[in-house]
Structures are given as structure tokens and as C-alpha cells.
Design a binder for this molecule. Structure first.
Ligand SMILES: Cc1cc2nc3c(=O)[nH]c(=O)nc-3n(C[C@H](O)[C@H](O)[C@H](O)COP(=O)(O)OP(=O)(O)OC[C@H]3O[C@@H](n4cnc5c(N)ncnc54)[C@H](O)[C@@H]3O)c2cc1C
Length: 381
């Protein structure tokens, strides 16, 4: 996408977020559902195709531009972003990065239009942080693979039309080398979706088990080659981590604005609480950290756009930004006092919502391990 049209897109997204989504935040939390007409509007804005190349009908944004859009979306409840997040991110990027031409033509245009929703199946009951130890099996039988196993906490599984599934095709000395990525249509016999889990936050975005029981997948649905799936998953996660980090920056910005508004309005001891330096310190620390995270995310995104490997940078951005927004949300509750704990003010909802960012697409501890691994193996570090 030509970067001249990016300001227009950012402007449209900002207006959509402020006018359409922010007023619906409490309703979505209450009903645990994003209204269908909102999803249609997201399709019309092209949000499902943000990261899909233009030749396949998407907007083809580079990483920096995508991060800027994600920051705008961070300014409202994260559940809204989840509607298209699994499709533009971890659900479609395996096909974009390593799919065959036929796979790209078959799936990407429909994903970009939002006609197909996609999800990413890596985590299992016994394989979370240690994702390479996954046990879902894919056994070759002539022209098909037969999949058996259970995937856990899969975002948008109940809405997905197509899944990118990581399954074991071989028992190799290094477990990651035996993992293959598959495109699996939701309608395939033998694929079942569990009921949505009850969660702490991000209500409106659903996660479910995805169970494969003798699920027969044509061999031409392998992404890349047998045994290359884990590498595909890790590349996809590098991009996904930058996207999540950008959302955290946006949410921190929203929370700083909420703190500012409330601090100027709320009076105690005869003056606005914004006059108290201890309250100012909470706002100052939050804004400083938000700005630092923004700079980190944009720099890492720009590096990725040059074609450089950004495994370490993406992990640092996700680690710092997700921990940062947790601290900012905690301070926002504090600035609001008792009101911060009361549902009507919406701050406790953000506090619950942002907790997830430190857990999925790699916990903070896993980001620390990745960063340390990259530093320790680099003699020029
Ligand atoms: C709402 C939600 C949505 C999700 N969406 C998806 C999705 O769409 N697709 C998907 O595949 N997965 C998804 N996940 C799964 C998510 O990525 C995992 O939950 C996450 O990676 C952590 O795995 P785990 O829950 O098994 O925790 P565990 O791996 O059991 O970790 C438990 C604790 O141990 C720590 N730990 C583990 N190993 C180490 C280590 N070596 N060193 C130090 N500490 C360690 C962890 O950091 C954590 O604190 C989702 C999860 C949630 C909650």
C-alpha cells in the first residue's frame, strides 16, 4: 500500500474507534459478543486484509504501518481487535510467508475481505510455552494426512472458517523439526470445536478447544514443507508480537487520557486531584513508559520492514509493552480511586483486559528467554 494513503486509513480507523467502538465497550463486555454489524463495518474498512499483500486483495501494509493501525485500535477494548486480529496476524501469515501460490490464491483474497475468518492452532493442553513438544499427530495416508489431537485456548475458534494447525509428522531428535503446518477447513469431518471458555477479560473475544479426531486433510494443504512448520510458526509470532506490542501502546495511551480527564475533574481537599504531585507522578510515569514503548515498537517494526531479522527486537517490544500496559492499567485504577474498581467507570475492565498481553503469543518469561538467547549467541552484542 502506498504510504500516502496511510494517514487516510489511520484517520478512518480513529473515527471508527471513537464513534463506533468506544460507546459499545461496556455492552460488549456484558454480552460477551461483538455485534455482527460492527464486524461488517470492520470488513468494509479493509481491516481483515491489513497484512495481506495487495496482489491478493489486501492492503499490504508494512510492519510499521500495521503497528500504527494497531496502536489506533489499542485505544478501545482489545476484544474488538481480536475480531480481525487472528485473521490478519497469526491465522493468515503462515500462508502469506510460506504458502504455495495455489494456497495463496485459494485463501488470501477471501481472508482479506473477511469472508473467511482464520485462527492459529499451536497451544495444546500439555504444550504451552514448550510449544515444540506438541503432540497433535498428522499421519500420512496416501494423498491425505490424518490429524488427531487437541488444541487449547484457540482465539476465534468458534468463528473460524479455516485454521493454521501445527501438528507432529515425525519424531525427530529436535522436537521442533518434526512439526508441520497445515491449512485445515473448519468444515472438515473429524474437527470439533469446544465451548468458549469463561475468561478474566477481553470478553467478546472467544477461545475454545479445537479437537481433531481422524480429521483427513489433503496433502496439498501443507504450508511450506513437512518438518518446516515450527519455523513458520516462529516467523509468524515475530510479526504477531510486534502487533500485540503496538496494541499495548495504544491501550496505554487511552488509559493516560482517562487518568488525565479524571484527575482534572475529580476534586478532593478542595482542588482537582491533578494538583497533587503524587497523582501527577502516576500520570508522568505512565506517559513516559508509553512513549518509550512506542519508540521501541516503531523502531523494531521499521527494522523488520528493511528485511532484517527481528526475533530479539519483537520479543523485547512485546515484553516491555505488555508489562508496561499492565503497570499503566494498575496506576489508572489507583488514580480513579474506588471508582477504578467499579465497573461503570470502565477502568477495571481495561485492568482485566490487558492482563492477557503478558500471557499469550509467548509469556513474559518466554520473551526474556528469547532475548537472552539472542544476546548470548551474538558475539557482537
Ligand atoms: C485468551 C487466550 C488466547 C489464546 N489464543 C491462542 C491462539 O489463538 N492460538 C494458540 O496457539 N494459543 C493461544 N493461547 C495460548 C497461549 O499462547 C499460552 O497460554 C501461552 O503461550 C502460555 O502457555 P501455557 O498457558 O501452557 O502456560 P505454561 O507454559 O504452562 O506456563 C506457566 C508458567 O510457567 C512459566 N514458564 C514456562 N516455561 C518456562 C521456562 N522455560 N522458564 C521460565 N518460566 C517458564 C510461564 O512463563 C508461566 O508463567 C491463548 C491463551 C489465552 C489465555
Amino acid at each position: 500500500m502506498a504510504s500516502e494513503v496511510l494517514p487516510e486509513l489511520l484517520d478512518a480507523v480513529r473515527r471508527f474507534v471513537d464513534k463506533r467502538l468506544v460507546p459499545l465497550e461496556a455492552q460488549v463486555d456484558e454480552a460477551d459478543e461483538v455485534p455482527a454489524d460492527v464486524v461488517d463495518d470492520m470488513k468494509a474498512l479493509g481491516l481483515f486484509g491489513l497484512s495481506i499483500p495487495e496482489e491478493y486483495g489486501g492492503l499490504g501494509l508494512g510492519m510499521e504501518d500495521e503497528a500504527r493501525v494497531a496502536m489506533e485500535f489499542g485505544r478501545t477494548s482489545p476484544a474488538f481487535r481480536s475480531v480481525f486480529g487472528s485473521t490478519v496476524g497469526i491465522g493468515s501469515q503462515g500462508i502469506v510467508m510460506d504458502g504455495s501460490e495455489a494456497q495463496k490464491r485459494a485463501y488470501l483474497p477471501r481472508l482479506a475481505r473477511g469472508e473467511l475468518i482464520s485462527s492459529f492452532c499451536l497451544t495444546e493442553p500439555e504444550a504451552g510455552s514448550d510449544a515444540a513438544s506438541l503432540r497433535t499427530r498428522a499421519r500420512r495416508e496416501g494423498a491425505v494426512y490424518v490429524l488427531d489431537g487437541t488444541k487449547r485456548y484457540i482465539t476465534n475458534a468458534d468463528k473460524a472458517d479455516v485454521f493454521t494447525v501445527m501438528a507432529r509428522t515425525a519424531d525427530t531428535p529436535k522436537p521442533a523439526d518434526g512439526v508441520t503446518a497445515f491449512i485445515v477447513d473448519a468444515a472438515t469431518p473429524g474437527l470439533k470445536i469446544g465451548r468458549p471458555e469463561r475468561k478474566m477479560g477481553q470478553r467478546g473475544a472467544h477461545v475454545c478447544d479445537v479437537v481433531f479426531d481422524g480429521c483427513r486433510v489433503p496433502a496439498d494443504r501443507v504450508i511450506g514443507a513437512e518438518g518446516k512448520g515450527f519455523r513458520t510458526a516462529m516467523k509468524v509470532l515475530d510479526r504477531g508480537r510486534l502487533h500485540i506490542a503496538a496494541v499495548c501502546v495504544g491501550t496505554a495511551g487511552r488509559l493516560v487520557r482517562e487518568m488525565r480527564r479524571y484527575a482534572l475533574e475529580r476534586r478532593q481537599f478542595g482542588k482537582p486531584i491533578a494538583d497533587f504531585q503524587l497523582v501527577q507522578a502516576m500520570i508522568a510515569d505512565s506517559e513516559t513508559e508509553r512513549y518509550a514503548a512506542r519508540a521501541l515498537v516503531l523502531e523494531a517494526a521499521r527494522q523488520r520492514d528493511t528485511g532484517a531479522g527481528v526475533t530479539k527486537e519483537a520479543a523485547m517490544a512485546k515484553y516491555f509493552a505488555s508489562e508496561m500496559v499492565g503497570r499503566v492499567a494498575d496506576r489508572a485504577v489507583q488514580v480513579f480511586g474506588g471508582a477504578g474498581y467499579i465497573a461503570d467507570y470502565g477502568i477495571e475492565r481495561f485492568y482485566r483486559d490487558v492482563r492477557l498481553f503478558r500471557l499469550y503469543e509467548g509469556t513474559s518469561q518466554i520473551q526474556q528467554l528469547v532475548i537472552a538467547r539472542e544476546v548470548l549467541k551474538d558475539p557482537d552484542a
